[in-house]
Design a protein around this ligand. Structure first.
Ligand code: NAP
Length: 314
């Protein structure tokens, strides 16, 4: 099968190459009778890649710390199940699915991927594969940050950093639907996008003063560093700073600082896709490219807006 691989950590996305790799061996998968913990083979139609994935250690080593290169990146998928192993609960061959694949195994910038069934949810027939691949990571990360970890309630205020980006624009939409007051941040060029996705107001981090925001109940941080440090002081007593950038460097004086890594969740994917279908949730997709053009698309020469989705099958 065709796949994008990386072998050189220092090279970043410039080190991506399109190669031939063996297809997953469905017969062997089925014969393992449970030792593979419910894996399915998915024929990939849409693949999503998070911009700094090649900095994640899991791109380079497996769970035992062993070198796993050449690795296939991309952990967001929409496609069709082509084979089941023992224990692949709740899915059928031929079913349209979407979700996240394991960080420490080969990913979705390929014609096929092996993934645990529990990490996938059904993708309704009227939701395009491009949309399915585009909504999985952003939708789950925003949902879990706002509600599972941030415990956001109607009437509260939330500061969403990077609100024009993939995760931030989803967080702005979901937070607003939950009845929260949403303050988005980012670069000046992101203002209109953040507002279009639901931010009530916008702070341009290069030109406005973040501290003028006053107090908020929740900070949703996707940037880290100095922005995260300055945000901790904005959290009201009893509030929370949630970050997806690694262990937090600060903690609000009278609140919590929580870091998390998104997990795939079938029920949450189902709720997110329900909102896609009824128009409450929009994806922030900028560019769609074929697998043959993926290396160029993931190495843009100009700044791109929105997520790039690789359409592996037309
Ligand atoms: N822990 C987890 O489970 C998890 C899950 C998903 C994502 N993540 C992480 O979350 C981060 C965001 O992911 P994403 O897919 O949403 O990326 P993205 O689409 O690039 O969004 C990031 C947004 O933040 C803006 N931004 C970044 N640095 C900024 C700065 N210093 N000042 C102002 N604006 C800034 C970006 O603007 P520009 O585009 O103009 O730079 C962009 O609008 C990544 O680091 C990703 O790895 C973690």
């Amino acid at each position: 099968m065709k796949a994008i691989v990386v072998t050189d950590r220092a090279a970043g996305t410039a080190g991506m190459t399109l190669v031939e790799r063996p297809e997953p061996d469905a017969a062997r998968l089925a014969s393992l009778e449970g030792a593979n913990y419910g894996d399915v083979v998915v024929e990939v139609h849409g693949s999503g890649f998070t911009g700094n994935e090649l900095e994640w250690p899991s791109t380079w080593i497996d769970r035992l710390g062993r070198d796993r290169t050449p690795s296939i990146p991309g952990h967001e998928v929409a496609g069709v199940v082509t084979a089941l192993s023992y224990g692949a609960t709740g899915l059928s061959v031929g079913q349209r699915v979407f979700g996240l694949t394991d960080w420490t195994r080969d990913g979705t910038l390929a014609e096929y991927v092996v993934v645990e069934a529990r990490n996938l949810a059904p993708l309704p027939g009227d939701v395009d594969f491009t949309v399915g691949a585009g909504v999985a990571m952003a939708g789950l990360t925003a949902w879990q940050g706002l509600f599972d970890h941030g415990h956001l309630l109607a009437g509260q205020s939330v500061l969403v950093h990077g609100a024009a980006g993939a995760v931030g624009s989803m967080a702005a939409q979901l937070a607003r639907q939950a009845g929260a007051y949403v303050i988005g941040t980012g670069r000046a060029s992101g203002r209109q996008t953040a507002v279009d996705f639901g931010a009530h107001e916008f702070v341009d981090l290069d030109n406005d003063t973040l501290e003028d925001v006053g107090g908020v109940d929740l900070v949703f941080d996707v940037i880290g560093g100095d922005i995260q440090k300055r945000s901790a002081g904005l959290v009201r007593a009893g509030g929370t700073l949630v970050t997806v950038t690694g262990p937090p460097e600060v903690r609000p004086a009278d609140g919590l600082a929580i870091d998390f890594v998104v997990v795939s969740d079938r029920a949450q994917l189902g709720e997110i896709v329900r909102r896609v279908r009824d128009g409450r949730v929009r994806t922030n997709i900028g560019n769609v490219a074929a697998l043959d053009d993926a290396v160029a698309a993931l190495n843009p020469t100009e700044r791109t807006k929105g997520k790039t989705i690789i359409r592996v099958r037309p």
